[in-house]
Design a protein around this ligand. Structure first.
Ligand code: G4P
Length: 279
């Protein structure tokens, strides 16, 4: 887990800014369950006018109605967007055509100037655990070397030719998430994007129970057979009792179970970052 300090952030930013002139487009990865919380707060400032294709990763774990709403939101904000599942391969084949479409004018201009047709050059950017290496491996269709969680990008960059239409920087750019906002921090901790030093299972779990009181209560009840109108102490006692767990810190243990179940998709498809659903 990266500990982000101001020095790391400045270095990560500097390395990405240095490499940007070489790329035509940025593939920005965001987690479909937390499309806003998993974005880097300075991305727009870092990449300036570079075209940005937002790839909503792990869409298999997110609420599809909300994923569509988020897709519309990003489209309306002028970005390219695709919801992907890099494990099953869902929508992976659409990445190159979407990037080509976004870069149509640039490539037409190059052709008009007599330049040779060339592959798109892209780089992947995103916060830790958002699915960068999984996507690279999927695109490359072989097991690429493990990419360490180092901030920024590493020095010796190499281009991987995915096919005649796309070249990808082999090392993704790793950026920091938005730590400042409490809800964002909760959502990052819940999805496992960051290990929070400050937030305990109890803090995160109590937040999550309140979330379930508002959203997806049916999914919660169906998993735990526990009435969300009851106080947290009774809900948690029921969850541990059902699992035959007898221990003093059952309150914390129950939250650990819920969070673990969520991260392993045992509760259902859940999106934490809410957005207006327009018809
Ligand atoms: P990173 O390079 O951005 O740090 O992320 P990485 O590819 O390592 O992916 C982090 C975890 O997310 C991995 O789980 C990976 O399998 C999972 N993942 C990535 N893309 C998808 C997707 O589209 N759908 C689903 N369901 N999962 C995806 P892991 O190896 O089990 O890691 P962890 O859960 O033990 O941290």
């Amino acid at each position: 887990m990266i500990q982000w300090f101001p020095g790391h952030m400045a270095k990560a930013k500097k390395e990405i800014v240095a490499i940007l002139p070489l790329v035509d487009i940025v593939f920005e990865l965001a987690d479909a369950r937390i499309p806003a919380s998993s974005q880097n707060p300075m991305l727009a400032e870092i990449i300036q006018k570079k075209p940005r294709l937002i790839l909503l990763t792990k869409c298999d774990m997110a609420d599809s109605t909300l994923t569509s709403a988020w897709e519309r939101y990003f489209q309306d904000s002028g970005f390219g967007v695709l919801a992907i599942d890099a494990i099953s391969g869902y929508n992976i084949k659409k990445i190159i055509p979407s990037a080509r479409e976004m870069l149509k004018d640039k490539f037409n201009k190059e052709r008009a100037l007599g330049m040779k047709v060339r592959p798109i050059r892209a780089m992947i950017l995103g916060i830790p655990n958002v699915g960068k290496s999984t996507l690279i491996n999927r695109l490359v269709q072989r097991r690429a070397a493990a990419v360490g969680n180092r901030p920024g990008v590493t020095r010796a960059q190499q281009w991987i030719r995915i096919n005649p239409n796309l070249e990808l920087l082999d090392t993704p750019g790793i950026l920091w998430p938005k730590f400042a906002d409490q809800t964002v921090a909760m959502h990052l901790a819940l999805t496992g994007a960051v290990k929070s030093e400050i937030l305990s299972f109890v803090d995160i779990g109590e937040y999550f129970l309140d979330f379930f009181r508002q959203y997806y209560s049916k999914l919660f009840i169906s998993r735990y057979k526990a009435d969300l109108n009851l106080p947290n102490s009774e809900i948690t006692a029921r969850i541990v009792a059902d699992r035959g767990i007898i221990q003093d810190d059952y309150y914390e243990k129950a939250f650990e179970i819920i969070i673990n179940d969520f991260q392993n998709m045992r509760i259902g498809r859940i999106t934490l970052d809410r957005i207006q659903i327009s018809q």
